[in-house]
Design a protein around this ligand. Structure first.
Ligand code: G1P
Length: 286
């Protein structure tokens, strides 16, 4: 019943951050001094996952390099007596067992998950969309989902209640609350108009998925935006297997948008004893 594998779709082009994403993977944009992707990977590991599967694309080599050894840099740091930085580099490259699978065509999130079938089909697995970054939580969001899976079985999705004017940015569920914060999902629709939204409970970027999702994804036709949508496949899955929604506890920053990314940077700086005053001085015009 445990979840040991976690899949990260990271092939997206990051057009909302152009021009910087012309050459830099959006997952490598910094939150202060760490790339966005490192938050998701650490969340997966802290939630008990042992194997990370990145669904990647041709412009994403920097992600592979980030989690790999860098002998030249390590050698230089040692020679210069920078032991702390050397240890930090070694720790990053030893963080996790990471597999990389290429998504050769940008056919959508559902297709990205389907690319993980060769390594994820033996049991339940986690999915983290690394744009959604959670900081300052008591418990990792994926861990909150895994605990629900261990207790109730079935697939689990992170939910958040959003403002009605924002429903068309997310997958939206129809559900019944079966215990405080836990919903049984009966239906869902990807990026509905306000009039078509079944509720204001939105899917956020954390999932525990049944391997039964793969045969459904193989047959899935393109949906919203002409892409193969994970939400559409989950909708089919919910008709034959339980799909739970967990209203997660924590604070989310949508680092796939400039506003969310900037807010996360400001929040992390405010949380840092040395950087806090820098932010306050700028804000106060000093
Ligand atoms: C994806 C999912 C959507 C979900 C969202 C959360 O959309 O398709 O259902 O609500 O992530 O961030 P995207 O943001 O990739 O368009």
């Amino acid at each position: 019943m445990t979840v040991k594998k976690c899949l990260f779709p990271v092939a997206g082009l990051g057009t909302r951050f152009l021009p910087v994403t012309k050459e830099i993977a959006k997952e490598m944009l910094p939150l202060v001094n760490r790339p966005i992707i490192s938050y998701g990977v650490e969340e997966a590991l802290a939630s008990g996952c042992e194997e990370i599967i990145m669904i990647t694309g041709r412009a994403k080599r920097s992600i592979e390099n980030y989690f790999d050894r860098s002998f030249e840099l390590e050698d230089l740091l040692l020679k210069r007596g920078k032991k702390e930085l050397y240890d930090m580099m070694i720790k990053i490259s030893n963080l996790a067992e990471i597999l990389y699978i290429r998504q050769r065509e940008p056919l959508g999130l559902g297709h990205a998950v389907l690319c993980g079938e060769p390594v994820c089909s033996s049991g339940y697995f986690g999915v983290i969309l690394p744009d959604d970054v959670f900081i300052n939580n008591d418990e990792p969001i994926l861990s909150q989902l895994i605990k629900t899976h261990e207790r109730l079985g079935g697939s689990v999705i992170a939910l958040e209640q959003v403002e009605l004017e924002n429903v068309s940015r997310y997958g939206i569920v129809a559900s019944e609350e079966v215990e405080p914060g836990i919903h049984r999902i009966s239906d869902m629709v990807e990026k509905p108009s306000l009039s078509d939204a079944p509720s204001n409970y939105a899917i956020m970027g954390r999932y525990v998925l049944s391997p039964s999702i793969f045969p459904i994804l193989r047959e899935q036709q393109a949906g919203t935006g002409g892409e193969i949508q994970l939400t559409d496949a989950l909708r089919t899955l919910a008709k034959s297997e339980p799909v739970w929604g967990v209203v997660y506890k924590g604070r989310r920053f949508d680092c796939g948008t400039q506003k969310g990314w900037l807010s996360a940077n400001v929040q992390l700086a405010l949380d840092d004893p040395e950087l806090r005053n820098v932010v306050l001085e700028v804000v106060n015009g000093r």
